[in-house]
Design a protein around this ligand. Structure first.
Ligand code: HEC
Ligand code: HEC
Length: 214
């Protein structure tokens, strides 16, 4: 059972939106369900009195973004990006290369420009772009990890690029490459909510002790 299925099942069990229920009914046998489209705001978690439980719940909500294919495709377990909502191998076959910017002779930037480019075709409707397009380093791999494992990776300076929690908040809430996920170009489903609302969930998670789900 995949994480996203567990997440959706949990959401339905909690009496979440009718949309999720319909999604769950429409894809009964599928190993993975479509990614989340909604994001609760941080203030709505204030009713959870236990601080550790509130903290873990805030991260779990933020993980609707973190575990969305728009993020996960660049945080693969192998040194190879994936693409699409099904996180299939990148076509053409692609590798991180020495500096996570592609093998020599075929840099990411040879196809991924500074901004998304619409193709005006029926197939691939746009080529994603950002000035810093590159693969997340191996220590920041998320695909295949559980929610709790991703949480512990993100708050560990040995594996998160030497960032303290304030720097993690800044990266999540302000970074332009992270922000691409809400503006992914024609033909791609954006990450749920807004980067601002996501930043506020991360703020709430940090202020309540940055606890991780089990
Ligand atoms: C030869 C051209 C080419 C090169 C080089 C290339 N890409 Fe891509 N990449 C594409 C195209 C075209 C797409 C859009 C495919 C689609 O939407 O089905 C894409 C899509 C992606 C996506 C999927 C986005 C999403 O959420 O669906 C990621 C992630 C990605 N590339 C990362 C990289 C990284 C990282 C590198 C360098 C290590 C790289 N690519 C090098 C052409 C390339
Ligand atoms: C185009 C590829 C790409 C996409 C898309 C992407 N990232 Fe990343 N991410 C990277 C790279 C490269 C780094 C390393 C940057 C650095 O350390 O300065 C990184 C690092 C991070 C870090 C640093 C800490 C750590 O331990 O992982 C966080 C947090 C992060 N990304 C969050 C996200 C989120 C959230 C999304 C989606 C909303 C996202 N990223 C989408 C490429 C990407």
């Amino acid at each position: 059972m995949s994480i996203s299925r567990i997440r959706h099942a949990g959401f339905v069990a909690l009496g979440g939106s009718a949309f999720c229920l319909i999604v769950a009914l429409a894809y009964p046998g599928k190993a993975s369900l479509p990614p989340a489209t909604d994001l609760r705001d941080a203030a709505s978690f204030a009713s959870i009195r236990d601080q550790d439980a509130r903290s873990a719940a805030l991260f779990t909500e933020a993980a609707k973004v973190i575990m969305h294919p728009r993020c996960m495709n660049c945080h693969p377990a192998t040194r190879r990006p994936t693409q699409g909502d099904d996180m299939r191998p990148h076509e053409p076959p692609m590798f991180a290369g020495a500096a996570d910017k592609g093998p020599s002779g075929l840099a990411c930037a040879s196809c991924h420009g500074d901004a998304n480019v619409a193709t005006f075709t029926g197939g691939i409707r746009s080529i994603p772009g950002n000035p810093h397009w590159s693969l997340a380093p191996a220590s920041m791999a998320w695909q295949g990890l559980t929610l709790g494992e991703i949480c512990r990776q993100v708050r560990d300076p040995k594996r998160n690029g030497g960032r303290d929690l304030e720097a993690i908040h800044h990266h999540m809430a302000e970074d332009h490459l992270v922000g691409w996920a809400w503006h992914p170009g024609e033909g791609r489903i954006p990450a749920p909510g807004t980067q601002k609302a996501f930043g506020e969930l991360i703020r709430g998670w940090i202020d309540s002790g940055a606890k991780c789900p089990a």
